[in-house]
Design a protein around this ligand. Sequence first.
Ligand code: ATP
Ligand code: MG
Length: 395
Amino acid sequence: MEYKMFLIKYAEIGTKGKNRYVFEDILCKRMRSRLKRFGSFEIKRDYGRIFVEARSEYDFDDVVATLQQIFGIVGICPVTVVESLEYDEIAKGVVESIDKEYDDRDFTFKVNVRRNNKEFPITSMDMNAKLGGELLAKFEDEGLSVDVHKPEITVNVEIRKIVYIYSKVIPGPGGLPVGTNGKAVSLLSGGIDSPVASYMIAKRGVEIEAVYFHSPPHTSERAKEKVKELGRIVSQYSGVMKLHIVNFTDIQLAIYDKCPHDELTIIMKRIMFKLAEDIAKRDDCQCIVSGESIGQVSSQTTFSLGVINEAVDEIPIFRPCIGMDKQEIVDLSLKIGTYETSCLPYEDCCTIFVAKHPVTKPTLEQIKKSEEKLKGVIEPLYKEALDTMEIVYLR
Ligand code: ATP
Ligand code: MG
């Protein structure tokens, strides 16, 4: 085992005043539950820091990759621990840590000693100089040099009851721990955008439930499996995800039967969002999330989005991709690992019933007039869709 310990850096939650402890608690809980499958770990808080201490063998790459998926973490520092306050032992630890952490030692550095334990006899300033000298003596001929103002690497040495040495900061995902900012219902399709939207909202600490509108036999079982897989990938960041699978076929057929075909998509979207709102209310979610981006397709013009919004009256709809270009959304989906699955070519319920020339400037008045034609037909179908939802938990 290479490292017994990691120091976890968290930025934003440090600024939350009294709530800080709540945020830290939730972050620690998330870390505990995610790490337990990799071995035995103690997550502890000490002097306003969070440490992960390994109590068993573990795979370094697995643990780091998992910590990199936990929102709230901005940096993961592998720590070399010296369980002695003898100067020679500390010096040996510092040299060893640089030796094992960097293959190429052609960089500038400074040593930053913090002496929390004031009984330690050498001052921090003196320790900085002495330990810097040790490193130079060992690695100067490999290119190592001191720069106290703008070092490329800062070698942190914290002297407490034992000594913690760390210099490498592996970036975390940032954001806020999931569970610190309420809950959302995310409209999750098999496309590229909605998993990215779900990720972005989860990153702000929001727990995610998802809803998928399935239209068998027009959309296949494989399309449904694809959505589940996307939810599973997002759940690596967001935590366990409750997915509602709504059978949408009869509603779609009714719209197709009764309403003008160039308005199908808008009317269908309004009903989807309305159903999402009802699910949100049932499950104590405060908002709805979707993957729309202005101008991407006809149902995403500002006119269409306005008409869609009107279907939901009591909670906000968040569309984090709204101002992003497709390429930016693709880049993020590549980063979070959903892109490949999103690109699998299974049909989507929206594409099956889509008109050749859908409206791009719908008016609410006109759409509402068309929706009148659904009166008496849609209500029982709507109720049935809610009553027959399939629920799966993705993890
Ligand atoms: P995506 O890439 O997320 O599928 P899109 O570019 O295909 O989006 P639309 O088909 O217009 O765009 O869908 C807009 C949004 O509506 C989606 O991002 C998603 O949030 C939601 N949505 C669309 N179809 C479904 C569906 N079958 N089930 C759940 N949500 C859906
Ligand atoms: Mg889509």
